[in-house]
Design a protein around this ligand. Structure first.
Ligand SMILES: Nc1ncnc2c1ncn2[C@@H]1O[C@H](COP(=O)(O)OP(=O)(O)OP(=O)(O)O)[C@@H](O)[C@H]1O
Ligand SMILES: [Mg+2]
Length: 244
């Protein structure tokens, strides 16, 4: 379970101060697939960085399975980031001249997993994200955008993180490939009980998540849930037409 408690992040540039995250609180149960939508510049990436300990809040706390990030020494934060969090970014952040397999093995190497084990697990993960086995050994810069995104997801799963943070994971992909990625994230949260938080502009994706949040003027509000098949429950017909 992840508990976010009154999180605030202030940025000062010159004599201007902005608060893209201004008192955000929510809780996510294990195995939840949740989405955050909001305008460009509304603070979505800032919030994900705070949850993943890539950045520190001005105030507030994130508590992961009972362990508080506030006041955690930097060494422990690095450990948390490497062991407990899987990141998926729009820009993939893969190493372009390494193979798909090597990219997926890298976080396991940092975590001290032995080579034969790393190799086996990386192959399994790439299979899980349905990357053609012929392409496991291929360099990243010779894979398509959709294939690279699958590798990025496999890499995020490498250390069996408690929480996957995905920033616009379908942003660069065509509709159909985006759909596959959504289904993949959905089955991962179900089958592995992984908590997944996805930032997206893609309303279709947002509609398929268990919980939907909107970040606006530093505040997070929750929108009515939909079922996983994406069908609107009768009472909320029309709600989904709000601009994402
Ligand atoms: N390191 C920083 N220093 C100063 N301002 C920052 C910093 N990082 C982000 N900001 C500002 O904070 C606000 C929120 O940025 P953020 O990247 O979180 O938005 P976003 O919702 O992810 O937008 P997008 O949908 O375009 O990715 C923006 O006004 C941005 O310019
Ligand atoms: Mg962003």
């Amino acid at each position: 379970m992840i508990e976010v408690k009154n999180l605030v992040r202030t940025f000062k540039t010159g004599d201007r101060t902005i608060k893209p995250v201004n008192g955000v609180s929510f809780e996510l149960e294990e195995g939840t697939l949740a989405s955050i939508v909001g305008k460009s510049g509304s603070g979505k990436s800032t919030l994900l960085s705070l949850l993943g300990a890539l950045d520190k809040p001005t105030s507030g706390d994130v508590v992961v399975n009972g362990v508080s990030l506030a006041g955690m020494p930097d060494g422990k934060l690095t450990e948390y980031r490497r062991r407990d969090i899987g990141f998926v970014f729009q820009q993939f952040n893969l190493i372009p001249n390494l193979s798909a397999l090597d990219n997926v093995m890298l976080p396991m190497e940092f975590a001290g997993v032995r080579k034969p084990m790393r190799d086996q697990r990386a192959r399994e993960l790439l299979q899980q994200v349905q990357l053609d086995p012929e392409k496991h050994g291929r360099r990243i810069n010779r894979l398509s955008g959709g294939e690279q995104q699958r590798v990025a997801i496999a890499r995020a799963l490498a250390n069996e993180p408690k929480l996957i943070l995905a920033d616009e994971p379908t942003g660069n992909l065509d509709e159909q490939t985006g759909e596959h990625i959504i289904e993949l994230l959905s089955s991962l949260s179900r089958d592995h009980n992984t908590t997944i938080l996805v930032v997206t502009h893609d309303r279709q994706l947002a509609n398929k998540t268990d919980r939907r949040f909107r970040l606006q003027q530093g505040r997070l509000t929750e929108e009515p849930a939909r079922d996983r098949a994406g069908a609107a429950a009768g009472v909320e017909a029309g709600v989904g037409t709000a601009a994402v």
